[in-house]
Design a protein around this ligand. Structure first.
Ligand code: ABN
Length: 175
């Protein structure tokens, strides 16, 4: 059984050598130094960072988002999310004959504009991009100044599908 003892003695010594605290520290040190030397020279993809808006600059809001400036007094589903656009109805629907008018400020030029919120009629509710901003909205007893109304009421079909935000023109400054 001598060979057996010798074999195990040798294996144990080798194992002890391999996993000794000192050799582990040496290995760890090598890894750390190697990482510190190699990482800074690796090519990083900085394209994502370049796509970020510059500090202080706001990301542009498109007309599929409730925060788009023309929707400041819109209550309904955005037609731009329903197959239409900000100022046109989706196919198969018809623009309401009556509407309510809001006043919104265009952040690009700082001017106020009149916006006509016409509903698109003739199909069931679109159900996408529901927005509810109420700038200038008045209680329902002043119907013409209220946005929570189905403006398809005067159309052949009073079924409400979505709401547009048609630009009417620049608002006059109050004197
Ligand atoms: N003007 C949008 C709308 C339609 C139906 C009911 C409430 C609001």
């Amino acid at each position: 059984m001598k060979w057996f003892d010798a074999f195990f003695e040798q294996s144990s010594r080798k194992a002890a050598q391999r996993v000794s605290r000192r050799s582990s520290l040496v290995r760890l040190g090598r890894v750390l130094v190697g990482t510190a030397l190699v990482l800074p020279v690796l090519p990083f993809d900085r394209v994502a960072g370049a796509a970020e808006p510059a500090h202080g600059k706001k990301k542009e809001v498109d007309d599929n988002q409730c925060e788009y400036w023309r929707y400041c007094a819109l209550d309904g589903f955005l037609c731009s999310c329903c197959g239409g656009s900000v100022s046109s109805c989706p196919p198969g629907t018809e623009m309401s004959k009556v509407a309510w008018i809001g006043t919104c400020r265009n952040p690009k030029d700082g001017k106020d504009y009149l916006v006509s919120y016409n509903d698109c009629c003739g199909k069931t509710s679109c159900g996408r991009c529901l927005c509810n901003f109420n700038l200038g909205d008045r209680p329902a007893y002043r119907m013409g100044l209220h946005n929570d109304i189905n403006w398809c009421m005067a159309n052949t079909s009073s079924m409400f599908h979505c709401t547009t935000a048609v630009l009417v023109g620049e608002a006059e400054k109050a004197s």
